[in-house]
Write a protein that binds this ligand. Structure first.
Ligand code: CP
Length: 293
């Protein structure tokens, strides 16, 4: 049984194993394969989610699992119960594995040390979002055949992005070149990464746009309006025209349409945004299988 807390400490071989199993599940014609029958999973979301939560549930049901969906807002968390006590409670009820999304950074590691069941990180604060990065790598590998030598530009609010961190740490293991592009007030100093201009970012093989969390930047004096942000860092038709012919646009979603990417480009021929979501299901099937193998 294995937890998946992040990609920083996962080897290239382990990531490749997950991506290869995801390819197996993507090719599987049967919608439900009784692989993990009689295994119980708790999806514990202490932060909102559309894609990750439903994608995990879809993956779990496709593997024949019994699914318990825990939602913090209708639970005893509202009465002050701690996240640890909540996870211990669900473990006591007989869960075999837990999927968990939470805000505080560092708590997940502590929880994994204190409970017996494997935990899968569905996003912890601005630290890691490993299954998102795995589906991103899966999407890139499928598109380009290999991650080696791939030029990936991650654009936008990297300071608050767990997606940027997990992608950076995973892609570097495969010999991809990762650069960030962000306004001064959305950069972070805790990562060893180069910042490039948007013009340079547009020359990458993959231009990964991030969701802007403007509400967190109030008072900084920079980009206080979505229109200001769009004009400096938004993906517009003109900017897309500067991209290489083979290059693609990615975004973890949810998307702020007409802020980081224009409405008309969300489903354009270069966009892989909905492909990423689709790939999330077989990737999470592989992660779940690994957790309970
Ligand atoms: N990409 C992602 O994590 O989306 P959700 O917040 O909807 O799960």
């Amino acid at each position: 049984e294995r937890s998946l807390l992040g990609l920083k400490d996962l080897s290239r071989e382990e990531i490749t194993f997950i991506l290869d199993r995801a390819a197996h599940w993507e090719q599987q014609q049967e919608k439900v394969t009784p692989t993990l029958v009689h295994k119980f999973v708790a999806n514990m979301f202490f932060e909102n989610s559309t894609r990750t939560r439903n994608s995990f549930e879809m993956a779990e049901k496709r593997l024949g699992m019994e699914v318990i969906n825990f939602s913090a807002e209708s639970s005893s968390v509202e009465k002050g119960e701690s996240i640890y006590d909540t996870v211990r409670t669900l473990e006591s009820l007989g869960m075999d594995v837990g999927v968990i999304r939470l805000k505080p950074v560092g708590l997940l590691q502590e929880l994994a040390e204190r409970v017996q069941i494997p935990l899968i990180n569905a996003g912890d604060g601005n630290n890691e979002h490993p299954t998102q990065a795995l589906l991103d790598l899966y999407t890139m590998r499928k598109e380009f055949g290999s991650l080696e030598g791939l030029n990936v530009a991650i654009v936008g609010d990297v300071e608050h992005s767990r997606v940027a961190r997990s992608n950076l740490w995973a892609l570097e293991k495969f010999g991809a070149s990762v650069n960030f592009c962000a306004p001064d007030n959305m950069r972070t100093n805790d990562l060893d990464v180069s910042y490039i201009s948007f013009e340079e970012a547009l020359r990458a093989d993959v231009v990964m746009m991030l969701r802007v969390q403007l509400e967190r930047h109030k008072g900084s004096g920079l980009f206080t309006s979505t229109e200001q942000y769009r004009s400096a860092y938004g993906m517009t038709a003109e900017r897309m025209g500067m991209m290489k012919e083979h290059a693609i646009i990615m975004h973890p979603a949810p998307v702020n349409r007409n802020v980081e990417i224009d409405d008309e480009l969300v489903e354009c021929s270069k966009s892989r945004i909905f492909t990423q979501m689709k790939n999330g299901v077989p990737v999470r099937m592989a992660v779940m299988e690994r957790a309970l193998r």
